[in-house]
Every structure is written in C-alpha cells, then in structure tokens.
Write a protein that binds this ligand. Structure first.
Ligand code: MN
Length: 497
C-alpha cells in the first residue's frame, strides 16, 4: 500500500539572462544530466523531473504555483548553476507550499587546472550563486534542507534520497485519515492532544468511530474469507498446537481472522491509513485485536494503542519514509528495564501490538490471556527482533507546540530465552547510556509510546521536523543532561516568542 515511485521531486535550476543563450544552453544541458542521474540513482526512490531553467521572476512564480498544484510533486530540489539574483525568487518562494532541498553542488567535480578561464568561471558559479539563494531563503525564514557536495557522490545522493523519502511521507500525510476506534485510555495524559492543532500543523485528520461501526463489518465477514486467512496464518507462522485445526482453541484463531478481515475492510472502505483502538472500548469485539493490528502494521498502516492517534500517524509516516529499505518500523513501548551492572538494557514491547516487520525469523502465532480488558484471550504473533542500530521516536503535544523526540539505540539479541513472555519484544541499549537517555527523555516529556525504527536514521526525523516546522530534540551518543536541559529551556523561549 506504499508506493514511492508514484511521486516525483522537481529539479529546478536557477540562472539569469546576463550570460547569453550559449551559456544558458549549457546550463540546461548540465542540469538535465544531473536531474537524470538523480532520477536513476538507487538512493532516490522517487522520480526526479527536470524543469526548464529559471531566469525570470515570472517563470519562478509560475513554477512554484505549478508545484503546489501538482499531485505527484513532493517538493523542489533547487540548484544555482550560475549566479541567480535572488530577488527574482521572492514572489515564488512566498507562495511555495512544497518542501525544498537546496542542492549546493556544481557540475564539474574538479577544478580543470590547466584549462580554467573566465568563460568557465562565468558558467560555474554555484559556490557564490548558492549563497545568494541561501540568503533569500534565510531572510524569508523558509525551512529547507541544504545538501553540499558533488552530485555524483554517493553520500550526496543518499542525503537527497533521505529527503525525498521524508517529503513523500509528508505528501502522504496531507489528507491522511486516522480512524480512532474508541477514545483515549481513561486518565492517560500523553496520548491526548489537540487534534485541530495537529491537522493544521501536519495535514492529517483524526476522527472517532463507535465500535458498532467496526463490529457491523466484522460480523458480516463470511466463512470462506476466514478459511482463506486461517490458511495464510498456517503458511506464514508457527501455529501453537491448540490453535491448529482440530485444536481446542482453533475457534479463537478463526475469530482473530474475522476481526482482521473486518478491520481491514473498515479501514480500506474509509480510506484510512492509520488507526487506534483502546482495550477499554471493545464493545462487540470478542478479543482485543492482536494479530490483526500486527499484520495491518506490516502492510503499512500506522497504529497507536489506547487511542494514541499521534503515534498512529507517526508510525504510518515512518513506514512511508522507510518503504523498501532494510528493516522495519513498529509501534513500541518502553516496557521494563534490565539494570544489570555494566549491561543496562530496555525491553520494548506492548500488550500485543508489535509489528512483525521488525521480527527476526518466523513469528509464532500464540494465544494467551491478556490480564486486562476483560475479553477473550487474544491471538498474537510472538517474536524476537534482531540486533543493530535503531531509534525510537515520539511525537508529543506540549500545548503550544509539537515536539518530535528521538533517541538512537543499539538493539541487542536477547541473551537468554524468554519462554514465558507471551508478546513480541525488542531489547536495546539507548545512547549514550540508559541513565542519560531515560533522564533526557523524561526531562523532554517524551511519551511511553514510540515508533521504533530499524530502517531510519535521525537525519530522516530531523528532515521531517524541518518540513513540518516543529521542534526536534535528539538524544544520541553526544547527549549530556546538562546541555539537553539548557536546550529544552532555550527552545521553550524560542517557541513562546
Ligand atoms: Mn500502551
């Protein structure tokens, strides 16, 4: 359900008429070569479309208006081949509503030492042309990403590719519909927030539905569909003995399949790409959706438990950013600690709803009592997750602004078996260490719900914050509590001015 190739970034080159038609033809030729190289780059999952070189205020204004109106266009990649007097850009930039990447590159990689003359100098002026363009963006307070380096450099293409993934996720978020099945878990604070502010800031809508709207669809699911999905469960997972055909809890597996089909139908027919549920509001459902939510997440849906619509939208957003990359993205919760001296770890999990996109090996499909919620035992997928670099991200509503909080972690394989733990889980070591990371997270007001990502680096999250124009706080290997608390205080002043 996520297809990044439907999108394109527009490659926009700035110049001026001062140099005559020959130079402008060369500018256009070179720009087409760069656009084609980025279009074909493996690091860039969206199309890159060359646009005619901009040399007048009117052309720039028209192009920005066209970009705003284009369904496919996720943003502009701008490049100043020559000097391009930046007052020409003011009217266009004033109306531009799409994200921007300023690619500060030049066509040639090396200075042609023995050949260089004033004709070459006139044609290749990015070094100062890009500064003139940078000034007007800063003067107009325009959020953008700046990537510096030669366009053939893999790292430059990767950084541009990261931005295109984020811009595509931003495009996906404009008009995203989050379905809220049941309200917030009673008395919980951090999962609440201002849905109107969120829609203005991020472009996604959050609307509530009664459980009856869902159970009506669940009740209409026919046996032949359940047969087909149960077969798929059998083929995809290690099924517990009692859940297998003939087993004493096989009926529970069929009920779980019914819930999955009903939930999927409900989401598809409503055009939703993210959703929440709440174990306190399950009227009419036999089980809390477990395997259903897990598999829907694996198919690209965002999810937040206990009515957590911010995390649901964030999970969807990060799944779009990470589409096609190695590693998964999942709803997550910091659950319990391992305070063994010298080997501090966090065990992340949830009651049920961890996405199998982060599973190592074939998940097992099991049924266990839940302990809370007062419903029948829910079916769930149980698995471990691989070691390696990852991050946790949380979106919180501070009343006057949203803050995106990110902590880089090193996931580790469980050192021992966890034979009695009936849920999917991940173990990680937060950076720089558990004491600092958890204290920093708590000072920053970070939620207990996060999106856990194996596929995304902090650069993605920073690019997203820039595009969404929200506060970004990173806890990583360089974090000290003293500096972080200062940063939080400075930020709070910035956002109150
Ligand atoms: Mn929770």
């Amino acid at each position: 359900m996520i297809n990044l190739s439907q999108y394109e970034a527009w490659f926009v080159t700035g110049s001026q008429h001062l140099y005559g038609p020959d130079t402008l033809n060369r500018v256009a030729e070179n720009a087409q070569k760069i656009a084609a190289a980025l279009d074909h780059s493996k690091a860039i999952p969206v199309g890159v479309a060359f646009k005619p070189v901009c040399t007048t205020p009117d052309a720039i204004y028209r192009l920005c208006q066209e970009a705003n109106a284009s369904e496919r266009c996720i943003g502009l990649i701008t490049w100043m081949h020559t000097f391009s007097p930046a007052k020409m850009w003011i009217n266009g930039l004033k109306v531009l509503q799409k994200p921007m990447l300023h690619l500060h590159t030049q066509f040639n990689r090396d200075i042609p030492w023995s050949e260089i003359d004033m004709d070459f100098m006139n044609l290749n002026q990015s070094a100062h042309g890009g500064r003139e363009f940078g000034f007007i963006n800063t003067r107009m307070d325009i959020n953008r990403k700046v990537v510096v380096g030669h366009w053939q450099d893999e790292k430059v293409q990767e950084r541009a590719g990261t931005w295109t993934r984020v811009a595509a996720a931003w495009r996906d978020m404009q008009g995203m519909k989050v379905a809220r099945l049941g309200d917030n878990m009673r008395e919980v604070a951090v999962t609440e927030g201002n849905k109107v502010s969120a829609q203005i800031q991020f472009g996604f809508s959050v609307n509530g539905y009664g459980l009856g709207d869902l159970t009506k669809v669940v009740d209409e699911v026919v046996d032949v569909e359940i047969d087909r999905l149960v077969k798929e469960y059998q083929d995809s997972y290690e099924l517990s003995k009692t859940l297998r055909p003939g087993g004493e809890q096989h009926a529970s597996l069929r009920e779980a399949a019914r819930i999955e089909i009903g939930l999927r139908t409900f989401l598809e027919s409503g055009g939703f790409t993210a959703f929440t549920d709440t174990f306190e509001n399950l009227h009419g459902l036999a089980q809390l959706p477990g395997i259903a939510v897990q598999r829907l997440m694996a198919d690209g849906y965002g999810f937040g438990a206990e009515g957590d619509w911010k995390t649901a939208a964030l999970v969807r957003c990060m799944k779009v950013m990470g589409a096609g990359l190695p590693g998964g993205n999942s709803f997550m919760e910091d659950y319990t600690y391992h305070f063994y001296p010298g080997n501090h770890q966090v065990l992340g999990s949830h009651m049920l709803e961890i996405c199998p996109s982060i599973a190592s090996g074939k998940p097992s499909c099991e049924i266990h009592p839940l302990g809370i919620g007062g419903k029948a035992d829910p079916v769930r997928l149980v698995f471990n997750s691989a070691g390696g670099p990852a991050l946790n991200a949380a979106l919180i509503d501070l009343g006057n602004r949203f803050r995106l909080l990110v902590n880089t972690v090193e996931a580790v394989e469980p050192e021992q078996a966890l034979p009695k733990l009936p849920v999917a889980r991940v173990l990680w070591k937060p950076q720089p260490d558990l004491q600092t990371a958890a204290a920093a997270w708590i000072h920053a007001g970070g939620a207990h719900h996060t999106c856990y990502s194996q596929s995304l680096r902090p650069e993605f999250m920073e690019d997203f914050s820039e595009i969404a124009n929200i506060e970004y706080v990173l806890i990583d290997e360089n974090t000290s509590i003293h500096r972080l608390r200062q940063e939080l205080r400075w930020n709070s002043v910035y956002y109150r001015i």
